[in-house]
Design a protein around this ligand. Structure first.
Ligand SMILES: [Zn+2]
Ligand SMILES: [Zn+2]
Ligand SMILES: [Zn+2]
Ligand SMILES: [Zn+2]
Ligand SMILES: [Zn+2]
Length: 265
């Protein structure tokens, strides 16, 4: 592995010649370090090593281990975007990080909703079914009690169903938003004048919005994948025939008419 170094002319980073806060043996040796959002200075090597060691222990939310006020660790959360950029992750490191983060996030994720009758937290196992049994109420009343995950009322109609129950007004607000949202432009991406302002993550279905800055790829905070906002393919798939600042081979995919259900492996 070749040694990573910051480019002194990179004006997008705050570069300093302080010691590396992640490396106890570091000194002010003139090497350039970058300042993280928490204010601590890192090198691409020390940041990669730390985050990689965290990931290998099953931790996918990266927190700053540097000593903060007094002797307590700083513990500020870093975003993956920040880590990726300041650790100068290579393409293979990025796919290692993203695959493991997605796997860990999926294992961590639980879908929780309150039962409308007894107000107990219920976890949903089948993410594609809105008809959920409250085991507490069922045991209490000695008869099966089902409620709607979406409108939080007693279940009405046949089940299982993934779109709605038969109660009046039961609708997927995210789906309505995908249909009704205004369009935006992505000024940094060549050839894109109009794209829906809201998308559902192609992997987990979470609602995401592009901030209209930077490239067309966007990172899903829930399942941790990076996907193309225009064609809705994973970044690595879109990148095979396109580049981050150019329109995709298939153009801008129209508004989504369904929301993907997260399939947890
Ligand atoms: Zn810090
Ligand atoms: Zn209940
Ligand atoms: Zn409903
Ligand atoms: Zn996602
Ligand atoms: Zn694309």
């Amino acid at each position: 592995m070749s040694e990573k170094k910051y480019n002194p002319r990179d004006t997008t980073l705050e570069l300093v010649s302080r010691k590396d806060d992640l490396d106890p043996f570091s000194s002010e040796d003139g090497d350039l370090r970058a300042v993280m959002s928490c204010g601590h200075a890192v090198s691409p090597e020390s940041l990669t090593l730390w985050c990689r060691s965290q990931l290998d222990q099953g931790i996918y939310k990266f927190k700053c281990p540097a000593v903060g006020e007094g002797t307590k660790p700083c513990n500020k959360l870093w975003s993956y975007e920040e880590v990726r950029r300041l650790a100068d992750l290579s393409v293979s490191e990025m796919s290692y990080f993203e695959e493991n983060m997605a796997r860990l996030a999926a294992a961590d994720f639980c879908d929780i909703q309150l039962c409308p009758q007894c107000n107990t937290n219920m976890e949903r196992k089948d993410l594609s079914n809105l008809c959920v049994e409250c085991t507490i109420c069922t045991a209490d009343k000695k008869t099966k009690y089902y409620f709607c995950w979406q409108c939080r009322r007693k279940w009405k109609g046949r089940g299982p169903r993934s779109d709605r129950c038969d109660n009046d007004g039961c609708a997927n607000k995210d789906l309505e938003l995908l249909q009704m949202c205004p369009t935006i432009s992505l000024p940094a991406v060549e050839g894109v004048t109009s794209c829906p302002s809201v998308r559902a993550c192609p992997t987990c279905g979470m609602r995401v919005e592009h901030n209209q800055q930077h490239c067309k790829n966007i990172h899903c905070p829930r399942c941790q994948v990076t996907f193309c906002y225009l064609c809705l393919k994973l970044k690595r798939d879109c990148n095979q025939t396109s580049s981050p600042y150019k329109i995709c081979l298939g153009g801008v995919v129209p508004r989504q008419t369904s929301i993907p259900v997260w399939v947890r492996k």
